[in-house]
Ligand binder design. Structure first.
Ligand SMILES: [Zn+2]
Length: 1043
């Protein structure tokens, strides 16, 4: 049991010599918090391990090692002012370190610019409410020293909140307003260049250009025979454009297009490209699911010929950015509801690029053609008219002017080939935004760390590990333009700020113990430019691990720290990174250890999965308005209330990371956290972002899932867009669709880490169908599962887990029932078979995986924190991560063929995945199972001793150490191959996750064994049926017509 997560938390005695990173006693039993899997009932005594009160303020002792003023009881509102001292009121709530005018007064002087009433509440800096430690005799409140960013901000008008980032109705091409451009430094290079170009550029017209450059006239003298529809109503937007002499290349490309189209026509035989012939039914009963097909691509999108204006093979959206649950859209709402198939989009707009991935092409000339009416961006599915001077919007069919500079290359100052423009060739494209898309200069990246330094945080090694990881990541934090700002607040029962003035050699700690009315102890140097203050930041991070090593304080005032952090960074926006090891227990935002084992598995469980305190959601909404994102790293050894603290990331575009029973003394824990935290810090992020999804007429977005705040009906606000986060949108058909195709366009307006305002546009075109068989044959089982997972989480939180499971089961019965009654010969009669089309054959398996997942499973043994965290992952993971999370990959190691684990043309050769059935487990076998969050190696009882030696450096089965381990890298081929498979597994998964590795012995620790077996979802487990029972259940329901 030594390496297993614990069932009982005992606080170890404080050790003055504790060095969290040096606790290398591998066999020492470690006292830990609740089991992260706990398939077993609670341990002896039956009591929840989480009931021990986290703190008693009266126990606080004066910590050693730093100058210290007793913080007083946390209940500060009852604390009387010191005798004879008239307590200075706090700084006004709206006090900001960078007020719009530089009105920061010298000590004790009322500031200019505040009203009399507010000024009278100013707390002089040396008031008793804050206590500088390492006191400099007089700490002067300094005037803004100011980075380039700050200066510019001061010069500009007070930055308006980014409430209406939707640009003005005209694009820059038609209404340039050079007068609005003030700062050269802050705008993209291209914009500055554009405005410093010669008059030739500024007064450019195509006609003039042709005279100046001697190029052929852009538009021919004779009118081309363009197809011009009489009006929108009769217009068939997908009619192939008529070739014209407008552009020779165009003609050539059209010819190519026609050839492609002809080929498509022959292969597809019909508009929409789909036909009954492609509907291949599969009987599910009696057959093991074909799990290797989980990696198959989604059904092909068969667009009518010439739907795209260019023949580019990138004209339609790659599923890794955006995929639809149905790759053919029903023409009517009634057809959609008749099919019972869910319609929705899975969007991962800011996905990471792996080796070999194409980068997103960037349109740098800031010529952005948008529809005047629906504001869609020009894309490969528009059509041109009137000699190429107009383009017809493929969403609302309005005829728009082509911007004059659309065919002009600003680099060479010459006419350019329109058909090479990225936005006409690529469904995924990024525009450098002109200033109309900015309500203020692009913000710099800002990282404010709020670090829990209470006793449990220090004892677990979380503080030291976090500090070291930040220190080692300083060069990886996005900071291309040296504008990145950084700040730190540490918190126990007081708040500690750090003055990081670049001229100081060591940081200065400023302690604030007034937690009720949080204020910033000084206006400057709490948030500093990382490059300028690098040495003092490093100094702080080097000492942070030891600074609190002898603390005895067990309280935590996270809520106050968040409010303080908000005050500090909200004038700019940015990221608050919380590293929390204990349950906040001081108001505001105080939480109680509310986990109740008796309510697990009952309808009351949902209450525990909901937020316990509205403080965090309200705070998150405030953050969203000020472009502040919160990410939570929860490292608690006890109950952490993931459900409540997870609200902050959920509404601000952040993410929750959970490390149950974290103990840095265990190298695997330290490695996992440090790896994930470092990757998180190094990830590029998109700042001050909004996402809007537009669709063709007749289609409406009905619901949104993921981490953001819905600001308007269809506008998602994300202070930060995290890499590889997925968002799920439910779609409804409002009016009958009469066009042969429809489009969905997602626009992500954001600021890059390097200070450019950009718009990433994803355009997905799909055919429209009136045929239910075409709907089924176009259905994407992976996207459907992703959507159903999101809906199930929502249902669990708004209602009950049981309702979510029932809804999922009913959805499967409905889909299979409709398929049987409309698309098979058995129709209404009872059938011994359960049929579905080939492309949906794994949907019942994936839905069973969801029903058995730790986030949704019927069980009275799953700790609330684990469920809540699973729900965070289920609603944010891209499909590529989510599918193995629901249906783990399972490989056998002992009998893998020679080439497996060696390096092939596509990297490490992986084994064939096995079905998740215990029938596959041979006594003499060794297996690997991976669900993107954890990796297990299962060792059978009769395993060959040689395998034990080669893989685990153990002489026999009996000697194998189980639990969380690092797999040794041994000097033999088998060890190297298995390590290569694990390395490839970690590399394959998107996101920052670094799975733990557990060794499980067949007759080893029962709880670990059961945890492993809970992933074997084709087996019967606990109360949930086996795969074959599940199919039989579905078949009975379908046969009885109960759908
Ligand atoms: Zn339009």
């Amino acid at each position: 049991m030594a390496n297993l997560p614990p069932t009982q938390y005992n606080r170890p005695p404080p050790s003055p010599n504790f060095r969290p990173m040096q606790n290398t006693e591998p066999n020492q039993p470690i006292q830990r918090g609740p089991s992260p899997y706990r398939p077993q009932p609670p341990g002896p005594g039956g009591a929840s391990p989480n009931q021990r009160p986290v703190t008693d303020p009266r126990q606080q002792l004066s910590p050693l090692g730093r100058p210290y003023t007793p913080p007083g009881p946390p209940n500060v509102h009852s604390r009387p002012p010191p005798p004879g001292v008239s307590p200075s009121p706090p700084l006004p709530a709206n006090f900001r370190p960078q007020p719009p005018s530089s009105n920061v007064p010298p000590s004790g002087v009322a500031p200019v610019g505040f009203s009399q009433g507010i000024a009278s509440q100013m707390r002089p800096p040396m008031s008793p409410g804050y206590r500088p430690v390492h006191i400099q005799p007089s700490y002067p409140v300094q005037q803004t020293s100011g980075s380039g960013y700050q200066v510019t901000q001061l010069n500009s008008a007070s930055p308006p909140p980014v409430e209406s980032p939707v640009p003005p109705t005209e694009n820059r091409a038609t209404s340039p307003s050079a007068g609005t451009h003030k700062s050269k430094r802050l705008y993209p290079k291209q914009i500055n260049e554009a405005y410093t170009e010669t008059n030739t550029y500024q007064t450019f017209t195509p006609a003039a250009a042709s005279n100046i450059t001697g190029q052929q006239p852009l538009h021919p003298q004779h009118q081309p025979q363009y197809f011009t529809p009489a009006g929108d109503q009769n217009y068939t937007p997908m009619a192939p454009p008529v070739p014209s002499p407008y552009n020779q290349q165009y003609t050539q490309q059209q010819q190519q297009s026609s050839m492609t189209a002809l080929t498509n026509q022959f292969s597809n035989m019909g508009v929409g490209g789909l036909s009954q012939a492609h509907l291949t039914s599969v009987n599910l009963i009696g057959m093991p699911p074909s799990v290797k097909d989980l990696d198959d691509p989604p059904p092909t999108i068969n667009l009518p010929p010439n739907t795209s204006v260019t023949p580019s093979d990138k004209a339609n959206c790659d599923p890794s950015y955006k995929r639809s649950t149905l790759n053919a859209i029903p023409a009517t709402s009634s057809l959609l509801s008749k099919s019972r198939l869910p319609l929705g989009l899975i969007i991962t707009p800011y996905r990471s690029l792996k080796e070999g991935d194409d980068p997103v092409p960037v349109v740098t000339d800031t010529i952005i053609a948008r529809c005047r009416r629906c504001r869609s961006y020009i894309n490969p599915f528009v059509t041109f008219a009137e000699g190429g001077q107009k383009w017809r919007c493929n969403m609302c069919f309005l005829l728009n002017d082509v911007p004059p500079q659309f065919d002009w290359d600003i680099q060479t100052n010459q006419q350019a080939d329109r058909w090479k423009r990225a936005e006409l060739n690529h469904a995924v494209v990024e525009f450098v935004a002109p200033t109309e898309y900015m309500v203020r200069p692009p913000q710099p990246p800002v990282y404010l760390f709020i670090i829990d330094v209470s006793y449990p945080a220090v004892q677990s090694g979380a503080v030291a590990t976090a500090a070291r990881t930040i220190l080692e990541s300083l060069d990886r934090i996005p900071n291309e333009e040296n504008r990145t700002k950084i700040g730190f607040i540490t918190v126990d029962t007081s708040l500690h700020f750090y003055s990081l003035n670049s001229s100081a050699s060591v940081p200065q700690m400023l302690v604030v113990s007034d937690l009720e009315d949080v204020f910033l102890p000084q206006p400057d140097d709490l948030l500093v430019n990382l490059m300028e203050s690098r040495s003092v930041v490093e100094s702080l991070l080097r000492s942070l691990g030891d600074m609190f090593k002898d603390t005895q304080i067990v309280g935590n005032a996270l809520g106050s720290a968040l409010l303080a952090g908000f005050k500090l960074i909200s004038p700019i926006g940015g990221k608050i990174v919380v590293l929390q090891s204990s349950l906040p227990n001081i108001n505001p935002g105080a939480l109680k250890p509310r986990e109740d084992p008796k309510s697990l598995g009952t309808p009351k469980e949902s209450v525990l999965l909901q937020s316990a305190d509205p403080f965090y959601k309200k705070f998150a909404v405030d953050c969203s308005r000020s472009q502040v994102c919160v990410d939570m790293f929860l490292l608690g050894s006890q109950y952490s209330d993931v459900a409540t603290l997870g609200c902050c990331p959920r509404y601000t575009g952040g993410q929750t990371y959970f490390y149950p029973a974290f103990n840095a003394g265990r190298s695997e824990d330290a490695l996992k956290f440090a790896h994930e935290f470092a990757e998180f810090l190094a990830s590029p992020i998109a700042l001050e972002a909004v996402i809007r999804v537009r669709a063709s007429k007749g289609i409406r977005m009905t619901a949104f899932h993921g981490n953001f705040f819905v600001r308007q009906t269809d506008l998602l606000a994300l202070p930060n867009v995290s890499r590889d986060h997925s968002y799920t949108i439910e779609v409804g058909i409002e009016e009958n669709i009469t066009t042969p195709t429809v489009c969905f366009q997602t626009a992500l307006l954001h600021t890059t880490c390097f200070g450019e305002r950009r718009i990433r546009v994803l355009t997905l075109a799909l055919p429209v169908t009136n045929s239910i068989s075409e709907l089924f044959v176009s259905a994407d089982q992976v996207a459907i599962t992703t959507l159903l997972a999101n809906k199930a989480v929502e249902r669990s939180l708004s209602s009950k887990l049981e309702d979510a499971r029932d809804a999922l089961t009913n959805k499967m019965i409905d889909i299979l029932g409709v398929y049987k009654s409309t698309l098979t010969s058995s129709q209404s009669g009872a059938s011994p078979q359960l049929q579905i089309c080939d492309n949906l054959k794994l949907l019942p398996l994936l839905s069973l995986g969801l029903l058995k997942h730790v986030g949704l499973r019927a069980s009275s043994q799953i700790p609330t924190d684990l469920r809540s965290y699973a729900m965070c992952l289920l609603t944010t993971m891209p499909s590529q991560l989510l599918i193995p999370y629901l249906h783990p990959r399972f490989y056998s190691l002992h009998n893998m063929s020679q080439e497996v684990g060696t390096y092939g043309s596509e990297g490490t050769i992986m084994p064939e995945p096995l079905n998740l059935s215990s029938e596959k487990l041979e006594r003499h076998g060794a297996y690997l199972l991976e669900d993107s969050q954890n990796i297990f190696i299962w060792i059978g009882r009769q395993v060959s001793p040689q395998l034990c030696i080669d893989l685990l450096d153990a002489r026999s089965y009996e000697e194998i150490r189980t639990g969380k381990v690092s797999l040794p890298q041994l000097d033999n081929a088998f060890s190297q191959r298995v390590n290569a498979i694990i390395g490839k597994t970690r590399e394959m998964r998107r996101g920052v996750y670094y799975p733990h590795l557990y060794i499980v012995k067949e007759d080893g620790d029962p709880s670990l064994r059961l945890w492993f077996l809970s992933h074997i979802i084709e087996d019967r487990t606990d109360t949930v049926m086996s795969y074959h029972q599940w199919l039989a259940h579905l078949k009975d329901k379908v046969n009885s017509g109960s759908f």
